[in-house]
Design a protein around this ligand. Structure first.
Ligand SMILES: [Zn+2]
Ligand SMILES: [Zn+2]
Length: 330
């Protein structure tokens, strides 16, 4: 089969390798759809400092089971699944508390280990989440939606609380969707006119700059140092501030303001135990995936077309389709 490898910043290679063999309690799956996100774009640009090359990217995966050992979930060959890409150790303190996203030895497929930019991949059975209703596109979106799901869960939203989401990229968009699904009145702040228009078209109140109205819960989804520092000013007394986006830098907190308002500051990382619930919410229609996918490309075209993706007009989410030809073992 042919896999696409990010050989070093700015360079993808296509190479022939043998179809992988599953280990114990592992399934072999056919990759059909791969969502592209900021992590992949940063890795390509060489802006992920701790990233190791070469690496097969792809952590947002809609897959089909090819072979699987007998299992309690009743999964069988042919099932369509979202593949949860988080390999946690299961034995560290965080894992034992169910906070597998904070595992001290966390390996994310497509980031710390090779991911899905190949026709077949092996995966532990418990990381496969089946749906008979979702499309392969929707299954590939579950991981990215998990970021918003987990952030809203971290914030412990209560009825009547006001919510402000700063930054309307894909991460902000996933936060917006789960906050609305929880019943929140959501306002959004973004500096980009194009993104503001996108959010306004979804029927959401959107601001180009902060006003005087403070929010009980503020989510910063910008991954921008200045925005993260200024986001504290937008939190109402007694409120919560959730850093969803991250940066590889220090963030300064205005301590007198932090204390005066007695703000709770929360980080949110990936998701834990969220995939089954997200699949269910999309199935029920409480999460709408229609606005998400704005661009498509084929796996074989990644070396040629991926570099221009960040400049594409209106890009929210690009999805890579893995063609059946890529799967030939010859
Ligand atoms: Zn992602
Ligand atoms: Zn662990």
């Amino acid at each position: 089969m042919r896999q696409i490898v990010l050989n070093r910043p700015g360079e993808f290679l296509s190479r022939d390798i043998a179809v992988p063999q599953p280990g114990e309690n592992q399934a072999i799956v056919r990759v059909h759809r791969i969502g592209v996100c900021g992590t992949d774009l940063h890795a390509f640009a060489g802006r992920q400092p701790y990233f190791e090359y070469p690496r097969v990217l792809g952590h947002e995966l809609g897959v089909e089971i090819v072979a699987i050992p007998e299992n309690q979930q009743g999964l069988v060959a042919g099932d369509h699944c979202a593949l949860e890409p988080y390999l946690s150790c299961g034995s560290c303190t965080a894992c034992r508390q169910g906070k597998t996203n904070c595992c001290t030895d966390l390996q994310v497929l497509g980031v710390h280990a090779d991911g899905g930019m190949q026709p077949y991949i092996t995966a532990p059975v418990h990381l496969l989440h089946k749906s008979t209703k979702l499309s392969l596109d929707q299954l590939a979106l579950v991981e990215t939606l998990g970021i918003g799901f987990h952030a809203v869960e971290r914030a412990a939203f209560q009825e009547e609380e006001s919510v402000l989401v700063i930054g309307a990229g894909p991460i902000g968009l996933s936060v917006i969707q789960f906050a609305r699904a929880a019943g929140a009145h959501v306002r959004v702040l973004d500096v980009s006119p194009q993104r503001r228009q996108f959010v306004a078209d979804l029927g959401i109140e959107v601001l180009s700059e902060p006003d005087d109205e403070l929010a009980d819960i503020v989510f910063d989804a910008t991954g921008n140092k200045l925005s993260m520092e200024a986001s504290l000013e937008r939190v109402a007394p007694g409120g919560r501030l959730v850093f969803v986006g991250l940066i590889l830098d220090k963030v300064a907190i205005d301590d007198p303001l932090f204390h005066r308002r007695e703000v709770t500051l929360l980080a949110s990382r990936n998701s834990a135990n969220a995939f089954p619930r997200i699949v269910q919410m999309i199935e029920e229609g409480s999460i709408d995936t229609a606005p998400w996918i704005t661009h498509r490309l084929e796996l074989a075209a990644v070396p040629d077309e991926f570099p221009a993706l960040p400049q594409q007009e209106g890009l929210i989410k690009a999805v890579i389709e893995v063609d059946s030809d890529d799967g030939s073992t010859g």
